[in-house]
Design a protein around this ligand. Structure first.
Ligand SMILES: Cc1cc2nc3c(=O)[nH]c(=O)nc-3n(C[C@H](O)[C@H](O)[C@H](O)COP(=O)(O)O)c2cc1C
Length: 375
């Protein structure tokens, strides 16, 4: 246990956050059809800064004018107009004393709304699990993706790098590469969506290669003095309970390689951040199997990457959030649903005021009767 407090400052790369609480990236699909940030988004993001959050990470933002867009009305960062639209938001958050990172996202095979192309791409010709998300305007199964050629892979990487440069111009304080939740980088990381026979497929080292290459390319694009991190998860929007087959050995390879990729932090997300990453005795019915044992994904990220770690997953209970920081498993925590229910979560917790419960109806259309962990 350390004496570090949730409300103390912390350094992430070259910037200092006012405190260790952040808003998790959350897709809103409230941009214009051309992907420009709107006034609705300006007030959505600004209210978290007024509510005391030290860091706000944007929703996933598409990175190129090809295959990256995942949802209609998703914002992008691919041209001058989009840079100018974001600038209003970054200025507003800076005035309110917060830092804002942009989450750069390429949807790959699980794109369900793209105004540039009519097909999807993925590491291999494998139909994604599950169905498109109705609350983001999709319906039915995902299409079968085209396999990325070497040139397509290079284009994805260049897309992230160029988008990162534009994000710097738009006034963001950092970049978060979306390597989680089933989107393209996670499709490369995941054994069943990546069946490639080249250097990007097969072993865990090979499957993490593109994440490392994108991290290095982004670093090179923005220079040393700009904060760059990556988000990693086991679960996916279309496969919530996925676990890495190689368990801690996979964690060692994945976080170990990312630790050498020029990044400033790793953001891990699990359903419940404080639970062991891999349950003991899983699949064996061992009499002593227990969910109480074993390291969390955050602890594994820290151990093997040796980088600062942001932890996410059901941490809206302040005691749970504080404990992740005090145990030294995370340097920063982020809230998704807890922040939607309480845009002033930080101020309320500081003042000992009661917190509101998350209400899915506030976030989704009424027919989107999904369990929230199914996100
Ligand atoms: C409405 C909504 C949209 C989300 N969109 C994104 C996203 O764009 N990028 C991302 O990495 N995670 C996204 N997530 C996942 C959240 O960042 C977070 O991991 C999840 O809500 C679990 O955290 P919580 O338990 O604090 O809610 C989204 C979650 C919600 C509720």
């Amino acid at each position: 246990m350390s004496n570090i407090n949730l409300f103390e400052t912390v350094k992430l790369g070259s910037i200092t956050l006012e405190n260790r609480t952040g808003v998790a990236p959350m897709t809103r699909t409230s941009a214009t059809p051309e992907g420009l940030a709107t006034d609705e988004m300006l007030s959505y993001y600004t209210k978290f800064a007024h509510g005391g959050f030290g860091l706000i990470i944007t929703e996933g933002v598409y990175s190129d004018d090809k295959y990256s867009q995942g949802y209609l009305n998703q914002p992008g960062i691919i041209n001058h107009e989009q840079i100018q639209a974001w600038k209003k938001i970054t200025d507003s958050l800076h005035q309110a004393g917060s830092k804002i990172f942009i989450q750069l996202m390429h949807a790959g095979a699980i794109s369900q709304g793209n105004r540039f192309v009519n097909e999807t791409i993925g590491p291999s010709v494998v139909q994604p699990k599950g169905n498109q998300m109705k609350f983001y305007g999709g319906d039915g199964p995902f299409p079968i993706p085209k396999e990325l050629s070497k040139e397509d892979i290079a284009e994805v990487t260049r897309g992230f790098a160029k988008a990162a440069k534009r994000a710097k111009e738009a006034g963001f304080d950092g970049i978060e590469i979306h390597g989680a939740n089933g989107y393209i980088l996670d499709q490369f990381l995941t054994d069943y969506t990546n069946q490639r026979k080249d250097e990007y497929g097969g072993s865990t080292e090979n499957r993490v290669r593109l994440l490392v290459e994108v991290s290095k390319a982004v670093r090179e694009a923005v220079g040393q003095e700009f904060t760059v991190g990556i988000r990693i998860s086991q679960g996916k929007v279309n496969d919530y309970f996925h676990k890495w087959a190689g368990r801690e050995k996979d964690a060692e390879i994945i976080f170990g390689n990312l630790g050498q990729a020029g990044l400033d932090y790793i953001h891990v997300t699990e359903f419940e951040a404080w639970q062991p990453a891999f349950s003991i005795g899983e699949g064996t019915n061992a009499p002593n199997s227990s969910m109480e044992d074993g390291p969390t994904l955050a602890a594994l990220a820290k151990k093997y990457s040796r980088l600062p770690v942001i932890s996410n997953g059901s941490l809206h209970d302040p005691e749970k959030a504080k404990s992740m920081i005090e145990k030294g498993e995370a340097d920063v925590i982020t809230l998704g649903r807890g922040a939607l229910a309480n845009s002033d979560w930080v101020n309320k917790v500081k003042n000992g005021e009661p917190l509101a419960e998350f209400d899915p109806e506030q976030t989704f259309t009424p027919d989107a009767k999904i369990k929230v962990f199914e996100l």
